[in-house]
Design a binder for this molecule. Structure first.
Ligand SMILES: Cc1cc2nc3c(=O)[nH]c(=O)nc-3n(C[C@H](O)[C@H](O)[C@H](O)COP(=O)(O)O)c2cc1C
Length: 236
């Protein structure tokens, strides 16, 4: 990874120039003052379909084969030092583009090797009035499951606003966003410095993924699909 800190933001809004875009534009300028680069991946410009009906993610050991932009987004996250998940509230919860994104990259790719381990994560939610925390929690869980280091201090970066750009007038929300960005940068600097000074990987993890099981000789294997063929049919 290069010396210069690079973050990727996933904008889960339908609106390319909406509140999330405005908040991320602000974040881009703010991060520039620390010489940190922020690239925004707009889900509105990408094709990422929800999971299909195959349902074999728990048992397959190869990434999802759906031919869309999910794999590209995963590569971009892997090449960054940290990821900001930003999305609006839709229908009291997470907007559907972001929900589909988390589902696909999570089950189809990241679960295999947890390649986002120890990258810093930030979460931003915008909404007119209600449901921010439900959306926040969903993205937060994604960060934690992927062994990322979730940052922030004070209240979460939830922004109130409906019309395009309105969130920038939510003074307290923007202050929380600024603090979260400060914390992201400090944490990335800390991790990089540790690695440089000690030559050691910070926060090493033993298990490649939560589906891996120890074999007893220090190695891990992924359990194979269970064989249900011997189960007796239940009485009708
Ligand atoms: C289909 C739809 C559903 C929405 N549902 C909610 C909601 O449940 N709660 C809320 O506070 N805001 C809701 N909103 C408002 C958006 O969350 C708000 O305008 C947000 O700032 C939009 O961000 P964006 O401009 O980045 O898309 C909804 C907006 C749309 C278009």
């Amino acid at each position: 990874m290069s010396e210069k800190i690079k973050y990727l933001a996933i904008n889960g809004s339908e609106r390319r120039d909406g509140n999330n875009a405005k908040a991320l534009e602000w974040a881009t300028h703010y991060l520039e003052s620390f010489d940190v680069e922020l690239e925004v991946f707009q889900l509105a410009d990408a094709v990422i379909d929800p999971c299909g009906a195959c349902g074999d993610c728990n048992f397959r050991s190869i990434p999802c084969e759906q031919d869309d932009d999910a794999a590209r987004a995963v590569r971009m996250m892997e090449q960054s030092d940290g990821v900001i998940f930003a999305a609006p509230v839709h229908g009291y919860g997470l907007a559907p583009r972001m929900a589909a994104f988390l589902e696909r990259v999570g089950t189809g790719f990241l679960r295999h090797d947890r390649n986002l381990t120890n990258k810093v994560a930030g979460v931003i939610v915008t909404g007119r009035r209600m449901g921010h925390m439900a959306a926040y929690t969903q993205m937060q869980q994604c960060a934690m499951l992927n062994r990322m280091i979730l940052t922030g201090y004070g209240f979460p970066a939830i922004l109130f606003g409906d019309q395009k750009g309105e969130v920038l007038t939510d003074v307290e929300g923007m202050e929380m966003t600024r603090r979260m960005l400060d914390r992201m940068v400090s944490m990335t600097q800390l991790l990089k410095e540790y690695e440089k000074l000690t030559g050691k990987e910070p926060l090493p993890v033993r298990e490649p993924g939560e589906r891996h099981r120890e074999t007893g000789d220090g190695r891990y294997h992924v359990p194979q699909k269970p064989d249900f063929s011997t189960l007796k049919k239940s009485k009708q």
